[in-house]
Design a protein around this ligand. Structure first.
Ligand code: ZN
Length: 511
């Protein structure tokens, strides 16, 4: 009689239940798997046969019978290895080699088997556990290496054997699954070496970064090489609010899909910081490729995406940042299907004054042509640069400042102010679909950034003086709202706007 077990298919971050039907009947010897791509079928057959043989069971070929395994529905993409364990179990049951006492009708089974019967870890387990809990499954069988990850989800019972023999003994109630010490990948959360107390000088840039992080504003640093732009960017995560549990789960899900979750401490502890090189491919940054994997912008979700040498990135790549910057998610469409990934990141960009980096430097000569300098700087006025509210100059530091032994204010102390400002925003937007000042549209700006005629006039004069665009007016109000929040002021006052004017993009400011 055919039996049915349950497993899962994943496309991007979405999951669907897959039924594994096994049928062993008399007839000419056949071992066939339907519902998997061709190459994966052959590989799975080999792994399952060897694993069973090496664990004292008869593999499908040892029976003079028809063995058909069907993975349904057939129309969804399935990755081969994930179903090995479910198919092996289904075959053992239907060929009457085992008699489980354990009820498998409300159990999901995922895991790849090795030739010796060891059950190998798979990617995406946290998504499978969530899927199981949300779809009425009571248990999930996962590889031992994925135990801690699956156990992050409380509403489903996790069974995590490390080999087929141990699992069969458990299902027949002849043995227990032994609790193993997690081995393998160490915790990814090595405490960061970066701290604002270690950055000497750059007071203006640090202050601007605090404002940017507090309001979730994108920020661009420009200045000569070696002025500390990268260091500032790397340190930004240390002043961001601590991840909430929901956010940590979101980050963990993405890392799980990428196969990058720590075995011991699977839950993400730190906000991500991703810094792709400007020569990276579009699929590496945006996502996609042959496997529809998440890109850097998704791995930066809830953290920071740092684009160093911003003008060197290909125009098409910068252009494709538009959708994620507006919606907080990215749709990746390829021949294999369409997937949607979260990508809510704060963008930090950095730019040199010119391709060689020394344009305008009093001590070193720039060897770029005028045309290449103009071309480089023009990239700073593209549509993406226009979506960066804050443009900050980071000059090279005087040696005396760098060599000072005094510690500057710590990240922890700055983070407290940022968290307070975020709390104010949380209350402000409790009935709106947004969370931070940077996300305000015209409607919210009108509602929450009301200023009197005098202040309007003050901004108007600045716009004229610095030849700012119309878009700049709204940027000024959004950033000024954050400056006011950091000062715990209900209304936006003149000093808040004066401070903000130092942070606003001015055309051709480098030349
Ligand atoms: Zn140059």
């Amino acid at each position: 009689m055919p039996n049915k077990l349950y497993s899962i298919a994943k496309l991007g971050m979405s999951t669907r239940t897959v039924e594994l039907e096994t049928d062993v009947t008399s007839g000419l010897h056949v071992f066939s798997i339907v519902g998997l791509p061709d190459k994966a079928v052959e590989e799975s057959k080999e792994r399952i046969s060897s694993a069973l043989k090496n664990n004292g069971f008869k593999p499908p070929r040892a029976f003079n019978k028809r063995v058909i395994i069907n993975l349904a529905p057939a129309d969804i993409k399935k990755e081969g290895g994930l179903y090995d364990l479910g198919m092996a179990l289904g075959f053992l049951i239907d060929s009457q080699q085992i008699e489980p006492v354990f009820d498998l009708s409300k159990t999901l089974v995922v895991g790849e088997v090795g030739l010796n019967g060891i059950i190998r870890s798979v990617r995406g387990v946290i998504l499978y556990a969530i899927h199981g809990a949300e779809n009425g499954f009571e248990n999930i069988i996962v590889p031992a290496g994925n135990k801690q990850e699956a156990e992050l989800i409380k509403d489903i019972n996790v069974i995590a054997p490390d080999n087929i023999g141990e699992l069969v003994a458990f299902l027949e109630k002849r043995g227990e699954i032994k609790d193993k010490k997690p081995i393998g990948k160490k915790a990814a959360s090595v405490k960061t070496q970066h701290d604002f107390s270690l950055i000497q000088g750059q007071e203006n840039a640090k202050c601007a970064l605090e404002v940017a992080v507090a309001g979730g504003h994108n920020i661009l640093f420009h200045g000569p090489p070696g002025s500390g732009k990268s260091m500032l960017a790397k340190t930004a995560t240390t002043i961001m609010p601590t991840l909430s549990y929901e956010e940590a789960l979101e980050v963990t899900k993405i890392e799980s899909v990428c196969g990058n979750v720590s075995t011991q401490n699977p839950l993400a502890e730190n906000r991500p910081f991703r810094s792709p090189h400007h020569a990276s491919s579009e699929s590496a940054i945006i996502g996609g490729g042959s496997t529809l994997n998440p890109g850097e912008i998704t791995r930066a979700h809830r953290g920071i995406l740092f684009l160093d040498e911003f003008p060197e990135f290909h125009r098409d790549i910068l252009e494709s940042l538009r959708q994620p910057m507006e919606n907080g998610s990215i749709t990746v469409a390829r021949a294999k299907g369409t997937v949607n990934y979260p990508s809510k990141f704060m963008l930090i960009a950095a730019a040199n004054p010119c391709p060689c980096g020394y344009f305008g430097d009093p001590k070193r000569e720039c060897n770029c042509t005028t045309a290449s300098v103009i071309k480089y700087q023009r990239k700073l006025s593209g549509p993406i640069a226009d979506r960066i509210d804050m443009h900050i100059s980071v000059p090279r530091q005087h040696f005396k400042k760098i060599s000072s032994e005094d510690l500057a204010e710590s990240s922890q102390s700055i983070r407290k102010r940022v968290e307070k400002a975020r709390f104010i925003q949380q209350n402000r937007f409790k009935n709106d679909p947004i969370h931070t000042n940077s996300e305000m549209g015209i409607k919210e700006i009108k509602k929450y950034c009301a200023i009197d005629a005098n202040l309007k006039n003050f901004i108007g004069l600045a716009i004229e003086k610095y030849k700012l665009s119309a878009r700049a007016y709204h940027s000024i109000l959004k950033v000024a709202r954050t400056v006011a929040d950091l000062a715990n002021s209900e209304s936006i006052q003149r000093p808040h706007i004066a401070q903000t004017l130092q942070y606003i993009k001015r055309d051709m400011e480098i030349i």
